[in-house]
Design a binder for this molecule. Sequence first.
Ligand SMILES: [Fe+2]
Ligand SMILES: [Fe+2]
Length: 414
Amino acid sequence: MLYEYEKPQHDNHHLYDLNYDIDKKYCMSVLQNQLKNEEIYQDPKHGVADNWKVVRLEQFNYADKIIEDVGLKDFVKDYRSRFYLLEANSYLKTHIDYGTKCSLNFIIDGGQSPVTFEDEMELMPDPNSRFSYLYTSCLFNTSKPHGVSNDGPKRILFKISIFDKEYDEVRVKIKQKSGGHFYNQLGGDPKYKKFRDKFDGQKSLGDIYYDMHTSNLMPTNMKIDLDLFHEEIKDYQDLFEQWGPHHSDLPRTGLALTKLKEDVKSFPNPANWPLDAWAIEHPNQPLVDTDFTEPTDVLLNMKSLKPILEYKDYLARCNLLRWHDTARFWPHVDAMHPFHNLRLWGTNDPDNYAFCFWDELEGKYIKEENVEAGRIYVADTAKWHHTYCTADNNYQFFISLKVDAYDKIKQNLL
Ligand SMILES: [Fe+2]
Ligand SMILES: [Fe+2]
Protein backbone atom coordinates (compact mmCIF):
# COMPACT_ATOMS: atom_id res chain seq x y z
CA MET A 1 0.00 0.00 0.00
CA LEU A 2 1.30 3.42 -0.96
CA TYR A 3 0.00 5.14 2.16
CA GLU A 4 -0.32 3.75 5.67
CA TYR A 5 -2.41 5.40 8.36
CA GLU A 6 -2.93 4.83 12.05
CA LYS A 7 -5.97 3.23 13.55
CA PRO A 8 -8.88 5.68 13.29
CA GLN A 9 -10.70 7.01 16.33
CA HIS A 10 -13.96 5.23 17.03
CA ASP A 11 -16.66 7.86 17.17
CA ASN A 12 -20.04 6.26 16.77
CA HIS A 13 -23.23 5.47 18.66
CA HIS A 14 -21.52 2.56 20.42
CA LEU A 15 -18.23 3.93 21.58
CA TYR A 16 -15.93 6.89 21.45
CA ASP A 17 -12.16 6.46 21.81
CA LEU A 18 -10.62 8.68 24.45
CA ASN A 19 -6.90 8.12 23.89
CA TYR A 20 -6.52 8.78 27.61
CA ASP A 21 -3.12 7.94 29.01
CA ILE A 22 -4.20 6.19 32.18
CA ASP A 23 -1.69 5.21 34.86
CA LYS A 24 -2.10 1.44 34.56
CA LYS A 25 0.53 0.64 37.15
CA TYR A 26 -1.17 2.77 39.76
CA CYS A 27 -4.58 1.29 38.97
CA MET A 28 -3.16 -2.23 39.26
CA SER A 29 -1.65 -1.43 42.66
CA VAL A 30 -4.98 -0.07 43.89
CA LEU A 31 -6.68 -3.21 42.64
CA GLN A 32 -4.15 -5.45 44.41
CA ASN A 33 -5.00 -3.75 47.70
CA GLN A 34 -8.72 -4.19 47.15
CA LEU A 35 -8.78 -7.78 45.90
CA LYS A 36 -10.24 -8.89 49.23
CA ASN A 37 -13.45 -7.21 48.10
CA GLU A 38 -13.63 -9.16 44.85
CA GLU A 39 -17.10 -10.55 44.14
CA ILE A 40 -18.57 -12.74 41.44
CA TYR A 41 -20.72 -10.46 39.30
CA GLN A 42 -24.44 -10.79 39.52
CA ASP A 43 -27.45 -8.58 39.04
CA PRO A 44 -31.21 -9.11 39.24
CA LYS A 45 -31.58 -9.05 35.45
CA HIS A 46 -28.78 -11.29 34.21
CA GLY A 47 -28.10 -13.55 37.16
CA VAL A 48 -24.61 -14.80 37.97
CA ALA A 49 -21.53 -14.71 35.69
CA ASP A 50 -18.81 -16.93 37.16
CA ASN A 51 -16.03 -15.71 34.85
CA TRP A 52 -16.69 -12.04 35.59
CA LYS A 53 -15.51 -10.57 38.90
CA VAL A 54 -16.02 -7.10 40.19
CA VAL A 55 -14.21 -4.94 42.74
CA ARG A 56 -16.21 -1.88 43.73
CA LEU A 57 -14.48 1.19 45.11
CA GLU A 58 -16.18 3.55 47.52
CA GLN A 59 -14.08 6.59 46.89
CA PHE A 60 -11.33 6.99 44.31
CA ASN A 61 -9.62 10.33 43.83
CA TYR A 62 -8.02 9.20 40.61
CA ALA A 63 -11.47 8.70 39.06
CA ASP A 64 -12.37 12.27 40.04
CA LYS A 65 -9.24 13.44 38.26
CA ILE A 66 -10.12 11.48 35.11
CA ILE A 67 -13.65 12.89 35.14
CA GLU A 68 -12.15 16.37 35.34
CA ASP A 69 -9.49 15.70 32.68
CA VAL A 70 -12.03 14.61 30.07
CA GLY A 71 -14.28 17.61 30.74
CA LEU A 72 -17.08 16.01 32.75
CA LYS A 73 -16.57 17.70 36.13
CA ASP A 74 -19.87 19.15 37.43
CA PHE A 75 -21.65 17.70 34.37
CA VAL A 76 -21.62 14.09 35.47
CA LYS A 77 -22.40 13.82 39.18
CA ASP A 78 -23.39 10.23 39.81
CA TYR A 79 -20.45 8.03 38.89
CA ARG A 80 -18.80 5.05 40.56
CA SER A 81 -15.47 3.28 40.09
CA ARG A 82 -15.06 -0.44 39.62
CA PHE A 83 -12.57 -2.97 38.40
CA TYR A 84 -13.86 -5.84 36.30
CA LEU A 85 -11.87 -9.03 35.81
CA LEU A 86 -12.71 -11.28 32.88
CA GLU A 87 -11.14 -14.74 32.94
CA ALA A 88 -8.78 -15.83 30.14
CA ASN A 89 -10.42 -17.55 27.17
CA SER A 90 -13.94 -16.75 28.18
CA TYR A 91 -16.70 -14.52 26.99
CA LEU A 92 -19.36 -12.24 28.33
CA LYS A 93 -22.74 -12.91 26.86
CA THR A 94 -24.62 -10.04 25.28
CA HIS A 95 -26.15 -7.83 27.94
CA ILE A 96 -27.10 -4.29 28.88
CA ASP A 97 -25.39 -2.89 31.96
CA TYR A 98 -27.66 -2.85 34.95
CA GLY A 99 -28.43 0.73 35.99
CA THR A 100 -25.47 2.26 34.14
CA LYS A 101 -26.22 4.63 31.25
CA CYS A 102 -22.68 4.86 29.93
CA SER A 103 -19.16 4.49 31.22
CA LEU A 104 -15.52 5.39 30.82
CA ASN A 105 -13.63 2.15 30.22
CA PHE A 106 -9.91 1.57 30.46
CA ILE A 107 -8.19 -1.74 29.78
CA ILE A 108 -5.39 -1.82 32.33
CA ASP A 109 -4.19 -5.39 31.86
CA GLY A 110 -4.61 -8.14 29.28
CA GLY A 111 -5.29 -7.71 25.59
CA GLN A 112 -7.80 -5.70 23.62
CA SER A 113 -10.63 -8.21 23.38
CA PRO A 114 -13.26 -7.36 20.82
CA VAL A 115 -16.44 -5.93 22.26
CA THR A 116 -19.43 -6.61 20.04
CA PHE A 117 -22.70 -4.69 19.94
CA GLU A 118 -25.65 -6.80 18.86
CA ASP A 119 -29.25 -6.04 18.00
CA GLU A 120 -30.64 -8.32 20.60
CA MET A 121 -29.56 -10.26 23.61
CA GLU A 122 -27.67 -13.28 22.38
CA LEU A 123 -25.69 -15.84 24.20
CA MET A 124 -22.43 -15.48 22.30
CA PRO A 125 -21.13 -12.27 20.73
CA ASP A 126 -19.80 -12.58 17.17
CA PRO A 127 -16.30 -11.04 17.05
CA ASN A 128 -16.48 -10.82 13.24
CA SER A 129 -19.49 -8.51 13.29
CA ARG A 130 -19.18 -5.01 11.84
CA PHE A 131 -19.97 -3.80 15.35
CA SER A 132 -16.92 -5.39 16.95
CA TYR A 133 -14.41 -2.92 18.29
CA LEU A 134 -11.01 -3.03 19.91
CA TYR A 135 -10.24 -0.26 22.36
CA THR A 136 -7.97 0.62 25.25
CA SER A 137 -9.78 3.68 26.61
CA CYS A 138 -13.21 4.87 25.59
CA LEU A 139 -16.60 6.24 26.43
CA PHE A 140 -18.86 3.22 26.17
CA ASN A 141 -22.60 3.06 25.47
CA THR A 142 -23.59 0.50 28.08
CA SER A 143 -27.30 0.96 27.28
CA LYS A 144 -26.92 -0.96 23.98
CA PRO A 145 -26.64 -4.75 24.05
CA HIS A 146 -22.97 -5.76 24.00
CA GLY A 147 -20.76 -8.71 24.79
CA VAL A 148 -17.05 -9.50 24.93
CA SER A 149 -15.10 -12.37 23.38
CA ASN A 150 -11.84 -12.82 25.22
CA ASP A 151 -9.62 -15.40 23.58
CA GLY A 152 -6.51 -13.98 25.26
CA PRO A 153 -5.24 -13.70 28.84
CA LYS A 154 -7.25 -12.46 31.79
CA ARG A 155 -8.55 -8.98 31.01
CA ILE A 156 -8.73 -6.30 33.66
CA LEU A 157 -10.93 -3.31 33.07
CA PHE A 158 -11.11 -0.15 35.12
CA LYS A 159 -14.50 1.38 34.67
CA ILE A 160 -16.15 4.58 35.77
CA SER A 161 -19.86 3.88 35.51
CA ILE A 162 -22.07 6.90 34.85
CA PHE A 163 -25.63 6.82 36.15
CA ASP A 164 -27.03 10.27 35.52
CA LYS A 165 -26.21 11.16 31.89
CA GLU A 166 -26.84 9.46 28.56
CA TYR A 167 -24.08 8.36 26.22
CA ASP A 168 -24.85 10.95 23.54
CA GLU A 169 -24.78 13.95 25.85
CA VAL A 170 -21.58 12.78 27.50
CA ARG A 171 -19.96 12.30 24.08
CA VAL A 172 -20.80 15.87 23.04
CA LYS A 173 -19.46 17.16 26.37
CA ILE A 174 -16.16 15.29 26.01
CA LYS A 175 -15.75 16.58 22.46
CA GLN A 176 -16.18 20.15 23.70
CA LYS A 177 -13.07 19.69 25.75
CA SER A 178 -11.03 17.54 23.38
CA GLY A 179 -11.21 19.71 20.23
CA GLY A 180 -8.52 18.72 17.76
CA HIS A 181 -9.92 16.83 14.84
CA PHE A 182 -12.65 18.39 12.68
CA TYR A 183 -15.08 15.76 13.83
CA ASN A 184 -14.58 16.64 17.48
CA GLN A 185 -14.97 20.36 16.83
CA LEU A 186 -18.11 19.91 14.74
CA GLY A 187 -19.46 17.37 17.23
CA GLY A 188 -18.93 19.37 20.42
CA ASP A 189 -17.88 23.02 20.04
CA PRO A 190 -20.79 25.39 20.84
CA LYS A 191 -19.67 27.41 17.79
CA TYR A 192 -20.97 24.63 15.56
CA LYS A 193 -24.35 24.10 17.17
CA LYS A 194 -26.06 25.49 14.07
CA PHE A 195 -24.29 22.88 11.96
CA ARG A 196 -25.24 20.08 14.37
CA ASP A 197 -28.88 21.14 14.47
CA LYS A 198 -29.04 21.25 10.71
CA PHE A 199 -27.21 17.95 10.34
CA ASP A 200 -29.39 16.17 12.89
CA GLY A 201 -32.54 17.75 11.46
CA GLN A 202 -32.23 15.84 8.19
CA LYS A 203 -34.40 12.84 7.50
CA SER A 204 -32.61 9.70 8.58
CA LEU A 205 -32.58 6.04 7.70
CA GLY A 206 -31.77 4.30 10.97
CA ASP A 207 -30.55 0.74 11.24
CA ILE A 208 -31.92 -0.42 7.89
CA TYR A 209 -28.74 1.18 6.50
CA TYR A 210 -26.94 -1.93 7.69
CA ASP A 211 -29.34 -4.25 5.87
CA MET A 212 -28.21 -2.76 2.58
CA HIS A 213 -24.52 -2.28 3.31
CA THR A 214 -23.41 -5.85 3.80
CA SER A 215 -20.02 -5.27 2.16
CA ASN A 216 -17.80 -2.24 1.56
CA LEU A 217 -18.66 -1.81 -2.11
CA MET A 218 -21.85 -3.29 -3.53
CA PRO A 219 -22.26 -3.31 -7.32
CA THR A 220 -25.44 -1.90 -8.82
CA ASN A 221 -26.86 -2.34 -12.30
CA MET A 222 -25.88 1.29 -13.05
CA LYS A 223 -23.00 1.55 -15.45
CA ILE A 224 -21.49 4.60 -17.13
CA ASP A 225 -20.73 4.23 -20.84
CA LEU A 226 -17.06 5.20 -20.60
CA ASP A 227 -16.44 5.64 -24.34
CA LEU A 228 -19.21 8.18 -24.48
CA PHE A 229 -18.12 9.73 -21.18
CA HIS A 230 -14.51 10.23 -22.29
CA GLU A 231 -15.76 11.88 -25.47
CA GLU A 232 -18.22 14.18 -23.70
CA ILE A 233 -15.98 15.22 -20.84
CA LYS A 234 -13.51 16.88 -23.24
CA ASP A 235 -15.92 19.81 -23.50
CA TYR A 236 -16.01 20.40 -19.75
CA GLN A 237 -12.34 20.44 -18.81
CA ASP A 238 -12.31 24.17 -18.00
CA LEU A 239 -15.17 23.86 -15.55
CA PHE A 240 -13.33 21.69 -13.04
CA GLU A 241 -12.40 23.56 -9.86
CA GLN A 242 -9.81 22.79 -7.23
CA TRP A 243 -11.35 20.52 -4.56
CA GLY A 244 -11.85 22.73 -1.49
CA PRO A 245 -9.41 25.35 -0.27
CA HIS A 246 -6.99 22.98 1.47
CA HIS A 247 -4.26 20.67 0.17
CA SER A 248 -4.26 22.69 -3.01
CA ASP A 249 -0.87 21.15 -3.85
CA LEU A 250 -2.74 17.94 -4.66
CA PRO A 251 -4.18 17.56 -8.17
CA ARG A 252 -7.78 17.10 -7.08
CA THR A 253 -10.56 18.88 -8.93
CA GLY A 254 -14.33 18.62 -8.94
CA LEU A 255 -17.22 19.46 -11.23
CA ALA A 256 -20.58 19.80 -9.51
CA LEU A 257 -23.42 17.67 -10.82
CA THR A 258 -25.94 19.06 -8.36
CA LYS A 259 -26.39 22.50 -6.83
CA LEU A 260 -28.25 24.37 -4.11
CA LYS A 261 -31.72 25.76 -4.72
CA GLU A 262 -30.23 29.18 -4.11
CA ASP A 263 -26.63 29.83 -5.02
CA VAL A 264 -24.03 30.56 -2.38
CA LYS A 265 -21.24 32.70 -3.78
CA SER A 266 -17.87 31.20 -3.10
CA PHE A 267 -14.79 29.97 -4.86
CA PRO A 268 -14.50 27.06 -5.06
CA ASN A 269 -18.23 26.56 -5.33
CA PRO A 270 -19.51 24.97 -2.07
CA ALA A 271 -20.42 21.88 -4.07
CA ASN A 272 -16.69 21.40 -4.60
CA TRP A 273 -15.72 21.51 -0.94
CA PRO A 274 -15.52 18.73 1.59
CA LEU A 275 -18.57 19.77 3.61
CA ASP A 276 -16.93 19.28 6.99
CA ALA A 277 -14.24 21.75 5.90
CA TRP A 278 -17.01 24.08 4.70
CA ALA A 279 -18.80 23.84 8.04
CA ILE A 280 -15.62 24.62 9.98
CA GLU A 281 -15.07 27.81 7.98
CA HIS A 282 -18.73 28.84 7.73
CA PRO A 283 -20.23 28.21 11.19
CA ASN A 284 -23.21 30.44 10.41
CA GLN A 285 -23.90 29.01 7.00
CA PRO A 286 -23.64 25.24 7.35
CA LEU A 287 -24.46 23.10 4.34
CA VAL A 288 -25.27 19.41 4.21
CA ASP A 289 -25.36 16.97 1.31
CA THR A 290 -29.14 16.99 1.13
CA ASP A 291 -29.12 20.74 0.34
CA PHE A 292 -27.73 20.04 -3.13
CA THR A 293 -30.87 18.77 -4.81
CA GLU A 294 -30.89 20.48 -8.21
CA PRO A 295 -29.17 18.93 -11.22
CA THR A 296 -26.59 21.20 -12.89
CA ASP A 297 -26.49 21.72 -16.65
CA VAL A 298 -23.57 19.33 -16.80
CA LEU A 299 -25.66 16.52 -15.36
CA LEU A 300 -28.60 17.41 -17.58
CA ASN A 301 -26.51 17.59 -20.73
CA MET A 302 -24.06 14.70 -20.49
CA LYS A 303 -25.77 11.66 -21.95
CA SER A 304 -23.24 9.32 -20.36
CA LEU A 305 -24.44 10.43 -16.91
CA LYS A 306 -28.02 9.37 -17.56
CA PRO A 307 -27.85 6.51 -15.03
CA ILE A 308 -27.36 9.17 -12.34
CA LEU A 309 -30.24 11.27 -13.63
CA GLU A 310 -32.48 8.23 -13.18
CA TYR A 311 -32.36 9.26 -9.53
CA LYS A 312 -33.43 12.86 -10.19
CA ASP A 313 -36.11 12.77 -7.48
CA TYR A 314 -33.54 11.73 -4.89
CA LEU A 315 -30.47 13.80 -5.72
CA ALA A 316 -28.27 15.06 -2.94
CA ARG A 317 -24.72 16.31 -3.51
CA CYS A 318 -23.20 14.72 -6.61
CA ASN A 319 -19.89 15.48 -8.13
CA LEU A 320 -17.52 14.43 -10.80
CA LEU A 321 -13.99 14.32 -9.43
CA ARG A 322 -11.00 14.55 -11.74
CA TRP A 323 -7.79 13.45 -10.10
CA HIS A 324 -4.27 13.14 -11.34
CA ASP A 325 -1.39 11.02 -10.04
CA THR A 326 -0.66 11.52 -6.27
CA ALA A 327 -4.13 12.87 -5.44
CA ARG A 328 -5.70 11.35 -2.36
CA PHE A 329 -8.25 11.65 0.42
CA TRP A 330 -7.03 11.12 3.96
CA PRO A 331 -8.95 8.66 6.16
CA HIS A 332 -12.46 9.87 6.98
CA VAL A 333 -16.09 8.77 7.21
CA ASP A 334 -18.93 10.30 5.18
CA ALA A 335 -21.97 8.75 6.80
CA MET A 336 -22.86 8.53 10.45
CA HIS A 337 -25.60 6.75 12.32
CA PRO A 338 -28.59 7.37 11.96
CA PHE A 339 -27.59 8.11 8.30
CA HIS A 340 -28.83 11.12 6.37
CA ASN A 341 -27.82 10.16 2.83
CA LEU A 342 -26.66 7.20 0.77
CA ARG A 343 -23.35 7.11 -1.09
CA LEU A 344 -22.70 5.66 -4.51
CA TRP A 345 -19.39 5.71 -6.28
CA GLY A 346 -17.56 4.59 -9.39
CA THR A 347 -14.39 5.31 -11.34
CA ASN A 348 -13.27 5.17 -14.96
CA ASP A 349 -9.87 3.69 -14.05
CA PRO A 350 -9.89 1.29 -11.08
CA ASP A 351 -6.39 0.03 -11.92
CA ASN A 352 -5.00 3.37 -10.86
CA TYR A 353 -7.27 4.09 -7.97
CA ALA A 354 -7.24 2.57 -4.50
CA PHE A 355 -10.33 2.58 -2.29
CA CYS A 356 -9.22 1.28 1.10
CA PHE A 357 -11.45 0.48 4.08
CA TRP A 358 -10.42 0.04 7.70
CA ASP A 359 -10.61 -3.53 8.95
CA GLU A 360 -10.86 -3.50 12.73
CA LEU A 361 -9.73 -7.04 13.50
CA GLU A 362 -6.93 -6.97 10.89
CA GLY A 363 -5.88 -3.60 12.29
CA LYS A 364 -5.23 -2.01 8.92
CA TYR A 365 -6.77 -0.50 5.80
CA ILE A 366 -7.45 -2.98 3.02
CA LYS A 367 -7.74 -2.07 -0.66
CA GLU A 368 -10.89 -3.11 -2.50
CA GLU A 369 -10.17 -5.47 -5.38
CA ASN A 370 -12.06 -6.35 -8.56
CA VAL A 371 -13.60 -2.95 -9.08
CA GLU A 372 -15.10 -2.67 -12.55
CA ALA A 373 -14.49 0.47 -14.63
CA GLY A 374 -17.65 2.56 -15.03
CA ARG A 375 -19.69 0.39 -12.64
CA ILE A 376 -21.52 2.32 -9.91
CA TYR A 377 -21.27 0.83 -6.43
CA VAL A 378 -23.03 1.51 -3.17
CA ALA A 379 -20.21 2.46 -0.81
CA ASP A 380 -20.30 1.86 2.93
CA THR A 381 -18.73 5.19 3.83
CA ALA A 382 -19.78 4.87 7.46
CA LYS A 383 -16.59 2.82 7.72
CA TRP A 384 -13.29 4.66 7.82
CA HIS A 385 -11.71 4.78 4.39
CA HIS A 386 -9.02 6.51 2.39
CA THR A 387 -8.41 6.69 -1.33
CA TYR A 388 -5.57 7.55 -3.67
CA CYS A 389 -4.85 7.75 -7.32
CA THR A 390 -1.74 6.66 -9.23
CA ALA A 391 -2.30 8.02 -12.75
CA ASP A 392 -3.63 11.15 -14.41
CA ASN A 393 -7.19 11.70 -15.59
CA ASN A 394 -8.91 9.53 -13.07
CA TYR A 395 -12.59 10.40 -12.88
CA GLN A 396 -14.80 9.44 -9.97
CA PHE A 397 -18.57 9.47 -9.97
CA PHE A 398 -19.30 10.77 -6.55
CA ILE A 399 -22.99 10.41 -5.85
CA SER A 400 -24.96 11.07 -2.74
CA LEU A 401 -28.69 10.51 -2.65
CA LYS A 402 -31.46 11.25 -0.19
CA VAL A 403 -32.42 8.40 2.09
CA ASP A 404 -35.75 8.09 0.23
CA ALA A 405 -33.79 6.46 -2.58
CA TYR A 406 -33.24 3.40 -0.37
CA ASP A 407 -35.82 1.12 -2.00
CA LYS A 408 -34.86 2.08 -5.53
CA ILE A 409 -31.18 1.49 -4.85
CA LYS A 410 -31.93 -1.83 -3.23
CA GLN A 411 -33.79 -2.93 -6.35
CA ASN A 412 -30.79 -1.91 -8.45
CA LEU A 413 -28.22 -3.92 -6.51
CA LEU A 414 -26.76 -6.77 -8.50
FE1 LIG B 1 -21.25 -4.38 30.00
FE1 LIG C 1 -15.37 9.30 1.48
